[in-house]
Ligand binder design. Structure first.
Ligand code: ATP
Ligand code: MG
Length: 250
């Protein structure tokens, strides 16, 4: 049991874990013992920081690179699977754009790269595009946008998922553009979309704004094409003898 004095010293020195772990180490000599106790304190801090980063990132589902199959992803010559999964794009403040049909693993890979970045101590924020646009609109209305933009600037990797499913409100699209422009050459952005760039005007409305946004995103970017069939559909149809779902409109 740690004495009150030891607890007080540790508290003042912000060594909160030491009173909990100091008696779990064998004492061989002073140097070895102190190193072990301080090492445990550091490791605990590292783990707590990772937990905080993962929470702050707000991933919708946690996914890992270990269970991602790259077979149906076309990786451009500018990078490689190894360079991507080693997160080299982060150091260079490059972007990763993931384009492809529904259910082909874009969100999985974007999340898994984000989770790995958190495990390495990088601050990450994950948003569905429409959610970010709505949040920006709300902050704008409440006069708290400047503060929110400062908060976003503190992250080193911004993940914007599902650009394309839902058209953005005009003001929301402008605010969204400001976020992208703010990241340009300062921090990495991962974007996933089921639309090719040529169709992005349908999301952002304005042709000039869309062109300026795409221009900033693709400069210093690796563009990955997800070419497979929907994993969801394949799983749902497994064992049914079908390999396609015919969708009809009433
Ligand atoms: N290449 C893959 N390796 C392992 N799992 C995959 C792969 N692709 C997809 N999955 C799994 O299939 C499901 C759908 O994938 P995901 O949500 O990433 O697709 P998506 O491309 O983001 O689709 P959408 O465009 O509809 O958002 C997830 O459960 C995911 O883990
Ligand atoms: Mg997705």
């Amino acid at each position: 049991m740690a004495s009150d004095l030891l607890k007080a010293y540790c508290k003042e020195l912000k060594l909160g874990n030491v009173p909990r772990v100091y008696d779990q180490f064998e004492f061989q000599d002073r140097h070895q013992y102190l190193t072990a106790v301080l090492g445990a304190e550091l490791e605990m801090r590292r783990q707590n920081r990772i937990k905080r980063l993962l929470k702050k990132a707000s991933f919708i589902n946690l996914k890992t690179l270990e269970d991602f199959d790259f077979q149906t992803v076309t990786v451009p010559e500018s990078t490689s699977v190894a360079a991507l999964t080693d997160l080299l794009f982060l150091e260079k403040k490059q972007n990763v754009l993931m384009l492809g049909a529904v259910g082909t693993g874009k969100t999985h890979l974007a999340t898994a790269l984000g989770v790995k970045a958190c495990l390495q101590g990088t601050s990450v924020r994950f948003f569905r595009a429409v959610d970010l646009a709505n949040t920006l609109l709300e902050k704008h209305k409440n006069d708290t946008l400047a503060r929110y933009m400062r908060e976003l600037r503190r992250c080193e990797l911004l993940i914007l998922d599902e650009v394309g499913f839902v058209p953005l409100h005009r003001d929301g699209a402008e605010l969204f553009f400001n976020v992208i422009a703010d990241c340009y050459e300062r921090r990495s952005v991962i974007v996933t979309s089921n639309l090719e760039f040529g169709q992005w005007t349908s999301v952002f409305g304005d042709t000039r704004l869309t062109a300026a946004l795409v221009d900033r995103l693709v400069h210093h970017a690796h563009i990955l094409a997800f070419t497979g069939e929907s994993y969801r559909l394949r799983r749902a149809l497994a064992g049914t003898g079908q390999n396609k779902l015919e969708l009809t409109t009433a």
